[in-house]
Structure formats: C-alpha cells, structure tokens
Design a protein around this ligand. Structure first.
Ligand SMILES: [Zn+2]
Length: 293
C-alpha cells in the first residue's frame, strides 16, 4: 500500500491491496513458532485476506484446525496425511481424520497424494494412504488438496478411479510439464501455482503453461515456509517464505498470462472461494478471539 505523506487522510478503499487467498500455507511449521501472529498480520497488510493452513500429519492437522478456530472466516485448514507420512495413517488415525475433516473450519482433505521423489514412505503405503483419503474426501463431501512428485502416472490412475465421487480438488504446487497439466485439467482439477514460477532456473517451463489454465481453476499459494520466490528483492535474510509474498507470485503469474494482476487476483480469489466454499465476506482482524497458539 502506498502512503500519502502529504495528508492524514486514510487511504481510499480502492488503494487497499486486492484481496488474495493463500490456498497452501504450512503455518503450523515450527519456523513460524516465534512470530506466527506477525506473519498473519503481514499477510493481512499485503492483502492476503484468507489462508488455508495445510495439515500434513495427524498433529499438524489438529494444530491447523486450532489456528483456524482462533481466526474464524480468515483461516481455514486441511485435514490429511502427506505421502511422506503415509505409514502413520493407521486405522485409528483414519477414523480421527474423518472426524476432523467434518469440522466446519476444514476446507479440504489432504494434503494427500504420492511422492516418489523422496520415498520417505514405501510406495505401496503411499498408494494405500492416498486411496483411503480419497474415499474419506468422498464421504465427507469436501475437495482434495493433492500432492504429487515424480509419481504422475500412478497418481492419475488412482485419481481417475475416485474422480466421479470427489467434490473437486487442487493439484497443489504444480511444477510439472504441459502433458501433466493437461491430464489434471482433464480430471477437472484446479491448479495451485507457487513461487516456483519465480525461479528462472527451475520454473521457466511453467511460464508458457499459465495461459492454458482456465481462470476459474487457477489458484495461488506460497507453500511457505518452503519455496521462497527466488527473485524477491531484497532477499529476506531469513530465507523463509510467508504469505505476505503472495502478491509477488500473483504478479509473476499475471505477467505470464499477459493479463493485469487485478484480473488474476479477482479470478483466483473467486476460484478459491468456489472450490473450498469459503465465505466471501471476511470478518475484520479485530473480531477474532484468542490469539493463543
Ligand atoms: Zn505438497
């Protein structure tokens, strides 16, 4: 926001940053423990009016819901087990996850999917945990927040089996190829774009693909604290990504699409609200209850 130093008038509402939604922020990560409230405040000041806090394990899902409850209407959570932690998805945790996924603060089931890049859980366990969570998402009628790395073929094959029962989903942190993007679009998925696109070494292939994503299926996310946009100036000393940098990512995506950032902001915010059924009216920050977490 620009401040007019010559008068004391408050800025007109048209000067406020356009409302953005960070659909994937790992706000339970311990790198935010010391200053989580400040991170949230900076996001709000940057125009990031709503955020979906990623749950990736049982404990992080419980914490994400706790965070969302303290900031109703502004923070939401996902409930799920990341493929890295697939071996943790016991029948007991699956039962609890279903209860958690039914909570009103929970906007999606996940993150779930397959990650054959690091294989931190055996692939068979990953496929099993993915199947169980897709079934769960169908039962609770909420969209899925999907993670995929180096596992495209298995991922698409499993999704195809469940797709008709699912209330939509997003391929979060999309970094793949044109054919992979088209496969996701054919599955009627939304696409989550991160600051990966700001990396001229690894993300250049994404730039020409941005125009292929329908505006009503293009979502924006930081995936903080990971994936600090590589071209941020000045570079934050902490090297930690946070939702206040989402406007920087939005600008890069808008440039790639050849459209004004205002257009992308409006369409991506509307698309996020539609997929995750988020309220269009955001309560003021002062209305929130406990800051405790
Ligand atoms: Zn992920």
């Amino acid at each position: 926001m620009k401040h007019d130093s010559t008068t004391s008038r408050p800025p007109a509402s048209s000067q406020l940053p356009a409302p953005l939604i960070d659909i994937g922020i790992n706000l339970t990560h311990d790198s935010y423990d010391a200053d989580r409230d400040a991170v949230i405040a900076r996001a709000q000041a940057a125009g990031v009016v709503q955020m979906i806090v990623t749950g990736s394990t049982g404990p992080s899902t419980r914490l994400a819901i706790e965070l969302a409850r303290a900031r109703p209407g502004r923070l939401f959570a996902t409930a799920g087990v990341h493929p890295h932690h697939a071996t943790q998805l016991t029948p007991e945790l699956l039962t609890e996850l279903e209860q958690l996924a039914r909570q009103p603060e929970v906007a999606a089931v996940g993150e779930c999917g397959l990650d054959y890049f690091r294989n931190l859980s055996p692939r068979a366990n990953q496929r099993d945990a993915f199947n169980r969570q897709l079934e769960l998402a169908a039962r609770v009628g909420k969209p899925v927040f999907l993670h995929q790395r180096d596992a495209h073929d298995d991922f698409v094959a499993i999704l195809r089996e469940h797709r008709a029962q699912l209330a939509g989903g997003v391929a979060h942190c999309f970094t793949g190829s044109g054919p992979q993007l088209r496969a996701y679009l054919e599955l009627a998925l939304a696409i989550g774009i991160t600051g990966w696109i700001c990396d001229e070494r690894r993300g250049a292939h994404l730039v020409p693909l941005m125009r292929e994503i329908p505006a009503d299926r293009l979502l924006l996310e930081t995936d903080g604290p990971y994936l600090l946009p590589r071209d941020l100036q000045p570079k934050p000393a902490a090297r930690r990504n946070e939702p206040a940098y989402l406007p920087h990512i939005a600008a890069a995506v808008a440039r790639a699409r050849g459209e004004p950032v205002e257009t992308l902001t409006l369409s991506s915010t509307a698309a996020a609200r539609k997929l995750f059924r988020l309220p269009g009216k955001v309560p003021p920050a002062s209305a929130e209850g406990s800051q405790a977490f």
